[in-house]
Each structure stands twice: as C-alpha cells, then as structure tokens.
Design a protein around this ligand. Structure first.
Ligand code: AR6
Length: 199
C-alpha cells in the first residue's frame, strides 16, 4: 500500500513539477499546500512572536497541532524573549505533520524596497538552509516567504529565493532536495519565469 501511495504522489508531482539540478541537489517548483510535504523540514513564514498567524503560518500550526506552538513558546522564553528578529530562523519538531521539522523564519515586511528588504529576505532563506544542514536534514520545502501578508512583490522575491538557494547549493553539498511550494498557479508561473534567469 505504501508503495502504491508513493507512486501516486510521484505521478502527482511529475505533473506539476519543474525540476533542475544545482550540483547533485535537486530543486523543484511545485504548486500545492506545504503542509502536505514529506520533506525533512518545511519552512514557516512566521512573524516575530512565533505564536502563529494567518497564511502559511496558520496552516502549519492548525495541521501540525499544539506541540509546535509549545516548542515555539519555549524558544521565545529561552532564546528570543523579545521575538525572533527578521531574517533569523529557529527549528521545532513537525508535530502531526508529515515533515519531521518545521523551520520558522521571519521575512521582511515590504516597505518599498529601500529598507533592507532584499538582504533580510535573503537572510531568511540562508539561515533556514544553514539550520537544515546543521541538523543533518537532507530535504527542505519553502513557501514563498513574505509575498502574502507581508506584501513583498513575488516577481522580486522569487528571484532572491532562487538566487540564494542556488548560491547555497553551489557551496554546500549536504542537501539532496529543495522544494518551493507555491500556493497558486500564478506564483508557480512567476517562479518558473525566474528560474530561466537565475538558474
Ligand atoms: N502552503 C503553501 N503556501 C501557502 C500556504 C500553504 N498552506 N498558505 C499560504 N501560502 P503568508 P508572509 C502562501 O501571508 O507574506 C502570517 O500571518 C501565500 O499564498 O503566509 O511571509 C504570519 O504569522 C503566499 O504566497 O506569509 C505573519 O504575520 C506565501 O505563502 C505573516 O503572515 C506567504 O504568505 C507573514 O507574511
């Protein structure tokens, strides 16, 4: 039964996937819900409170269950009493999710682009990738950080996301797969366009 399910999953992913390699690591673009992913980690586009919210953050906490929130509370109490700064990343277990871990990072709020947003968004991706490697993870899935409630234009954000992943994989050979899970067909198309320039 497990084999059958895997086959179905692979077929589904083949239909919507765009795949390419950086060194021996595979990078995939998929349209879907990141809470369905069975990668070692999924990344949460959180806010500094780490106490949940809307969008992908809400979906992860709803489906992952209270264990994730409990761990976030502990992280706040011990490491980040004033909140997780923009661009940083922390890890919790995946609770009831298929993914074993959730990496919580905070992207920048878009304020026109002149307030350090590109570098902060790059840091959010970079620190998430570093954390995954430091924990021995092999596969990681990202949402399109900052491009929902935080208003970062997806055309610009997709280019930063792909450039940072490419740069990271060129220097570091410990990850097997990085997946971008785009919630809408529109975002998937924009990411596909961006790969033509970046990769
Ligand atoms: N799977 C994949 N992508 C999703 C999902 C999902 N289940 N749900 C939404 N998206 P956002 P941000 C997409 O707003 O802009 C929260 O309230 C969504 O379509 O989730 O970084 C936090 O608590 C968009 O493309 O994150 C913060 O307060 C992308 O995920 C704030 O929002 C990011 O949208 C963070 O804002």
């Amino acid at each position: 039964m497990a084999i059958f399910d895997n086959k179905v999953d692979m077929e589904k992913r083949k239909m919507s996937d765009e795949e390419f390699y950086v060194g021996k690591a595979k990078v995939c673009l998929v349209q879907g819900d990141i809470t369905d992913m069975d990668t070692d980690a999924i990344v949460n586009a959180a806010n500094p409170t780490l106490m949940g919210g809307g969008g992908v953050d809400g979906a992860i906490h709803r489906r992952g269950g209270s264990e994730i929130l409990e761990e976030c509370r502990r992280i706040r109490a011990t490491d980040w009493p004033d909140g997780l700064p923009t661009g940083k990343a922390v890890v919790t277990s995946g609770g009831n999710l298929k993914a074993r871990y959730v990496i919580h990072t905070v992207g920048p709020v878009w304020r026109g682009g002149g307030q350090g947003e590109p570098e902060l968004l790059a840091e959010a991706y970079r620190n998430s990738l570093r954390l995954a490697v430091s924990k021995g993870m092999k596969t990681i899935a990202f949402p399109s950080i900052s491009t929902g409630a935080y208003g970062y234009p997806v055309e610009k954000a997709s280019r930063i996301a792909l450039s940072i992943v490419k740069e990271f994989l060129e220097k570091e050979d410990k990850l097997d797969e990085v997946v971008f899970v785009l919630f809408t067909k529109h975002d998937l198309e924009i990411y596909k366009e961006a790969t033509k320039e970046i990769i």
